[in-house]
Design a protein. Structure first.
Lengths: 113, 116
């Protein structure tokens, strides 16, 4: 049982480049989330989805886009990379959004130079 | 607005000593509360959760937390620290955010060091 799988694990981008962070889960969870983690700041919600075809903004959505065409996949797109987007990105999923815990991937460490 | 405050960004304890990590939340309604642990270069793992069934919640690895409504607290404890407990711990609160969805708000985390 793979759980939540994120690719790539590490990436270095130049300013202005674009990339997609991939996230897949095999638990048939309805809810999926993208967070960024910066040192000493906890996790901030970027975007979330409550099911295929439905996405919504979180606390820090600027500079990112998402799509949810299937239950399993929830990619995060950076269109014009900026140094402020250097961070560790975590994808998570849960069966519902209430009292069910979120299951996290191992993260993507992204540096923008 | 909901918020989560973790007191102390770094906590050091001796091996075998009591672990106490503090978490306070602000909410006008009873929330769902979680503690997660993060080991270096890994994602977050659930330690335990409070969902109103019992105020004292037992989790994995000998951790437990007590929900105190009057103090709006959900502190995490372990009677005897082990070297393997060294990690970062996050408190989180889940509240209804409208349109049928809930959002999880995390505290800033507490790094636990265990001294041999």
């Amino acid at each position: 049982n793979a759980g939540v799988t994120q690719t790539p694990k590490f990436r270095i981008l130049k300013i202005g480049q674009s990339m997609t962070l991939q996230c897949a889960q095999d638990m048939n969870h309805n809810y999926m989330y993208w967070y960024r983690q910066d040192p000493g700041m906890g996790l901030k919600l970027i975007y979330y989805s409550v099911g295929a075809g439905i996405t919504d903004k979180g606390e820090v959505p600027n500079g990112y886009n998402v799509s949810r065409s299937t239950t399993e996949d929830f990619p995060l797109r950076l269109e014009l990379a900026a140094p402020s987007q250097t961070s560790v990105y975590f994808c998570a999923s849960s069966y519902t959004g209430t009292d069910q815990p979120q299951h996290f991937g191992d993260g993507t460490r992204l540096s923008i130079l | 607005a909901q918020s989560v405050t973790q007191l102390g960004s770094h906590v050091s304890v001796s091996e075998g000593a009591l672990v106490l990590l503090r978490c306070n939340y602000s909410s006008s309604v009873p929330p769902y509360l979680f503690w997660y642990v993060q080991y270096p270069n890994q994602g977050l793992q659930l330690l335990l959760k409070y969902t109103s069934a019992a105020t004292l919640v037992k989790g994995i690895n000998g951790f437990e937390a007590e929900f105190k409504k009057s103090e709006t607290s959900f502190h995490l404890t372990k009677p005897s620290a082990h070297m393997s407990d060294a990690a970062e711990y996050f408190c989180a609160v889940s509240l209804y955010s409208g349109a049928g969805s809930y959002q999880l708000t995390f505290g800033k985390g507490t790094k636990l060091s265990v001294i041999p």
